[in-house]
Write a protein that binds this ligand. Structure first.
Ligand code: DMJ
Length: 473
C-alpha cells in the first residue's frame, strides 16, 4: 500500500537491492552483511544505551507516577495532561509500541495490564483537544494493538474515537470543533487551527480498516477537503478558521504550527490509504508553498510566513516543530529541498547546543529559549536516513542524542530544558509524553537493526506511532 512516490523508502531501497548495489550504511534491516562489523557494533552499543535510558526512565515512572499521565523526573512527582483529577496513563499509552520494538516485553505487559484494568477515558471531565486526544490516545492504542494483537487496546481506541466523532459530524462544514468534554459529551471551540482539523486521517483511517467501519475515515477526509476547498487563488491556506461558517480567522499561510502536520497528514493519507484525492491536494498545496514561502536566507533554505491572498512575506520567526518538514519533503519527492532544509536546522546547532523552541532565522536568535524535549529534528533525520541511507543522518541524530542526554538526563529520567542558552542549562521538570513514542523510537530504530521492524515498508504517524511495519514473532 505504500505510495509510489519518486523516492519512497521501499522503492528506493528495493531498487538498490534488486540491482545488487552494495547497501552498506543503508537502513539497518536492509543489508547489514555489507556494513563493516565495527560500525554495526558501534551503532548497536548506541541502541543499547537508548534502550537503557528508556528503561531507566520507565522505572522512575513506575515508581513515582504509575498510571498518571506524565512523570516529573526532577521532583519525583507526576502531572496530568487532560484532566488534573482523572489520569489516563498517557505515558503508558505513548510508550506501548516503543516498548515492543525495544523488546521490553515485561514492561509492555505491565502497561497493557494497567490499561485493561484502569483506563477510563470517558471519565475525563474537562475540555480535551480532539487533535491531542487523537494523535496521543487513539494513535498510541492503535499502534499498541498492531504491535501486540491485544484486543483491549483496539476497543479503547474505538471508544475514544467515538467520543471525538461528533465533533466532526455535528459541524456544518465537516471541519471538527476543537474541544469535547468526554464525560458530558459537550462540544466547544468553533474556531480551530489547521493542524487540529487535519491531523486525524492516519488514526481514523487505520481504525476504519481495523473495525470495518468507514465513518472514521470519511469524517477525517471531509475535514481535509473542507480546508482544501477554501484555499486561496494562490493555492495557499491560512492558519485558523471558523468551522461553522468556514470563514478564515487567520489568513497567514505557514508550514509552522498551528498548521504543520495538516500537510503531513495529506501526504500520509495517500501513503497509507492510497487515496488519490489526498495526493492531489498535497501536491497542489506543496507546489504553492515551495513557490511562495521558500527562500534562501543566510546561505540556507528556510520558509517564511506569507499572506494567503497576496503571497506577501510576513516574517521569519519559526518554530522548532517545523523541523519535521525536512523529512516530509524528502518522503514526498522533494528530497533536494528536504535535505537543504535539514541542513538549515543543523546550522542552528552551531549557535545553540540544542534547538530552542522558537528561532528567528532573520536575526539568528532564539525567540523562545526552552526545549520541550522535542523530537522533530530527529524525526527528519530518521526519515531522511530511511529514504537515502546516508550515514550523515545517523551521525547527526547521534550527535543530537548525546547533547540531549547531556542536558536532559537527571537521576530519574529525562526532562525538558527551560533555557538552552545558559551553562549549565536551566532545567524544567517534565518527561513529555511524546518522548516515549517519538525520538527514543527514532534513535533506537536508527541504531538497532531492530528485528521487529520492517525498514523497507513502514508508516509512523505524527506522534511516531507505527501503523505499518511491525514484524511480529
Ligand atoms: C507531538 O505531539 C507531535 O509530533 C505533534 O505533531 C507536534 N508536537 C509534538 C512534539 O513536539
Amino acid at each position: 500500500m505504500r505510495a509510489p512516490s519518486p523516492l519512497s523508502r521501499r522503492t528506493f531501497l528495493g531498487t538498490l537491492a534488486l540491482s545488487g548495489v552494495a547497501t552498506a550504511g543503508l537502513p539497518g534491516g536492509v543489508a547489514n552483511a555489507a556494513t563493516p562489523a565495527s560500525s554495526a557494533r558501534r551503532w548497536h552499543r548506541v541502541a543499547d544505551d537508548v534502550r537503557d535510558e528508556l528503561r531507566h526512565t520507565w522505572r522512575s515512572y513506575r515508581r513515582f507516577a504509575w498510571g498518571h499521565d506524565q512523570l516529573l523526573p526532577v521532583s519525583g512527582g507526576y502531572s496530568e495532561f487532560f484532566d488534573k483529577k482523572h489520569p489516563v496513563g498517557l505515558t503508558i499509552v505513548e510508550a506501548l509500541d516503543t516498548l515492543y520494538l525495544m523488546g521490553l516485553d515485561e514492561e509492555l505487559a505491565d502497561g497493557i495490564g494497567w490499561i485493561r484494568d484502569n483506563l477510563d477515558f470517558a471519565g475525563v471531565d474537562a475540555d480535551v483537544q480532539v487533535f491531542e486526544t487523537n494523535i496521543r490516545m487513539v494513535g498510541g492504542l492503535l499502534s499498541g494493538h498492531l504491535a501486540t494483537g491485544e484486543r483491549t487496546l483496539l476497543d479503547h481506541a474505538r471508544m475514544i474515537a467515538d467520543i471525538l466523532l461528533p465533533c466532526f459530524t455535528t459541524s456544518p462544514t465537516g471541519m471538527p470543533y476543537r474541544l469535547v468534554n468526554p464525560r458530558t459529551g459537550e462540544i466547544s471551540g468553533n474556531v480551530n487551527v489547521l493542524a487540529e482539523i487535519g491531523t486525524i486521517i492516519a488514526e481514523f483511517g487505520t481504525l476504519s480498516r481495523l473495525v470495518h467501519d468507514d465513518r472514521y475515515y470519511n469524517a477525517a477526509k471531509k475535514a481535509l477537503k473542507a480546508v482544501y476547498d477554501r484555499r486561496s487563488p494562490l493555492d495557499l491556506v491560512g492558519s485558523g478558521i471558523n468551522v461553522e461558517t468556514g470563514v478564515w480567522t487567520d489568513t497567514s499561510a505557514r508550514i509552522d504550527p498551528p498548521v504543520d502536520s495538516f500537510f503531513e497528514y495529506l501526504w500520509d493519507g495517500w501513503d497509507l490509504f492510497h487515496d488519490h484525492d489526498l495526493k492531489r491536494w498535497y501536491d497542489n498545496l506543496t507546489t504553492a508553498i515551495l513557490r511562495r514561502e521558500k527562500e534562501r536566507y543566510g546561505g540556507h533554505l528556510w520558509f517564511h510566513k506569507a499572506d494567503m491572498m497576496t503571497g506577501a512575506a510576513l516574517g521569519r520567526e519559526t518554530s522548532e516543530l517545523t523541523a519535521f518538514y525536512a523529512g516530509l519533503l524528502g518522503q514526498s519527492g522533494h528530497l533536494r529541498e528536504g535535505e537543504a532544509y535539514f541542513d538549515a536546522w543543523t546550522s542552528v546547532l552551531r549557535t545553540y547546543p540544542l534547538l530552542p523552541e522558537g528561532y528567528d532565522y532573520g536575526t539568528g536568535t532564539a525567540t523562545d529559549k526552552g526545549n520541550q524535549l522535542r523530537p522533530e529534528y530527529v524525526d527528519s533525520a530518521f526519515n531522511l536516513w530511511l529514504i537515502t541511507g546516508r550515514e550523515v543522518y545517523r551521525e547527526r541524530a547521534y550527535d543530537y542524542y548525546l547533547t540531549q542526554k547531556r542536558f536532559s538526563r537527571v537521576a530519574n529520567g529525562w526532562t525538558v530544558v527551560a533555557d538552552v542558552t545558559t551553562t549549565p542549562p536551566k532545567l524544567g521538570d517534565l518527561t513529555s509524553g511524546y518522548w516515549w513514542s517519538e525520538q527514543m523510537k527514532y534513535w533506537y530504530l536508527m541504531f538497532a537493526d531492530c528485528p521487529r521492524f520492517d525498514y523497507r515498508d513502514n508508516y509512523l504517524s505524527t506522534e511516531g506511532d507505527v501503523f505499518k511495519g511491525f514484524i511480529r514473532h
